[in-house]
Design a protein around this ligand. Sequence first.
Ligand code: FES
Length: 403
Amino acid sequence: MSAPLPHPAPRPPIAAPLWLLAELTYRCPLHCAFCYNPINYANERAELSTAQWIDVMRQARKLGAAQLGFSGGEPLVRDDLEELVGEGRRLGFYTNLITSGVGLTETRLARLKELGLDHIQLSFQDSTKEMNDFLSSTKTFDLKSRVARLIKQYDYPMVLNVVLHRYNLDHVGRIIDMALEMGVDYLELANTQYYGWGLANRAHLMPTREQVVRAEEVVNQYRARIGNKVRILFVVPDYFEERPKACMNGWGSVFLGIAPDGTALPCHAARSLPGIAFPNVLDYSVHDIWYASGAFNRYRGDAWMKSPCRDCPEKSKDFGGCRCQAYALTGDAANADPVCAKSPRHAEVQAIVMQAQHAQNSHPAVAQPQAKPILFRTDANSRRMGNDGKPGDGRSEAADEPR
Ligand code: FES
C-alpha cells in the first residue's frame, strides 16, 4: 500500500460513509439492456480476493459504514459470497444481497440465512416471461419465480425490484399483481437511469410522458386499494421532472462503492466520468480515499458549482443533481444536471423526451428503420463499445491527487 494521502486543506467536516456497496464482480449470467455497469466492463476482469474484500469491509466498518450491499454483476457467481456475508455480519453490518436470483439454490440460501444475511433484493425484468426473458436476453423468468418462493420460504422480507422503461411501463398493473401473488413486502418500480447500458439504449427504453403518467395512476390506484400491506416505490424518470434528484444524496456524502478491481467510486456510474483518477483500495486506505482523495472531494459541498447551481436556493437539497447525467448530457460533470428546468441545457432533455414521443409505436420485436438494434450487455458488445468509446476507467489516469 502506498503512503497515506495527506489530509485536505480545512473544509467543512466530512461525515463518514453510511453505505458500502461491494460490487464483487462484473460477471453476470444476464445481459440486461439497462445495466448500469460500465460499458467497457469486459476489459476490467480483475477482482479483489476474499482477503482483500474482508480488509475493505473492516476498514469501512471502522470508518462508520453501517449498511453493506453485495452486488455486481451477479454476486452469486463468487464462491466466497457466503464467507463475505458471514464476515460482514460479524463486523456488525446490515447486509443486503442484490441479485438476479440466478445461482441462488436452496443450499446457498440456507447457508446465507444461517450466516445472518439480513436482506435480499431480487430483480425481475417484467411480469411476463416473454418480456423478462427478452430484456435480459436469457430464459430466467421461471427460475426467478422459484427463487422468489424460496426467499419467502426462508422468511426473508420479500423485496422486488423491477426496472421500468417503454417496454414494460404499460404492464405496471400486472407487475404489481405478480408481486402481490409472490407475497412481496416491498416493491421498487424504478424507471431506467440513463447511464452505462441504459444510456446506450436510451432511444429504445425512453417511455412517453403518457406512459409515465398512466403507470403512476395505476400505482396510486393499487396503493389506495391495498393500503400499507405492500410498500410500492415508484421512481419517476428524472428526464420528465423539472428538478433533478439529489443523486447519491450528494457526491462523497453517504455512499462508498468499490468496483470489482478495488476502484473506489462515489456512485455506481462514476467510471463514466473521464479525467478523474479514482483511487484503488489496493493503493490507499479506505480512510484516506474517503476523506482525502481528489476523486471523493471533487464534487463535495458546493464550491465546485457553476451557475445556475451556485446561486440556487435549492442547491443544498439537490446538490445540482447527478454528476454522471450532467456529463452524459453536456460533456461537463460540473454543469447543472440538465433535467433541471433552470439549466440552460434543459431544452435538450425536453427534445429527448419529444423523440420518445415520436417513436412510441416501436416494439422490441419490430426493427425500427431509424434505430440501431438494442444493445444487450454482452462481453462481445462491451469489448467493441469499450474500444470505440473508452469510458474513463480512472486507473489509467494520472495518480490520484490529494487536496
Ligand atoms: Fe453518478 Fe449520479 S450516477 S453522480
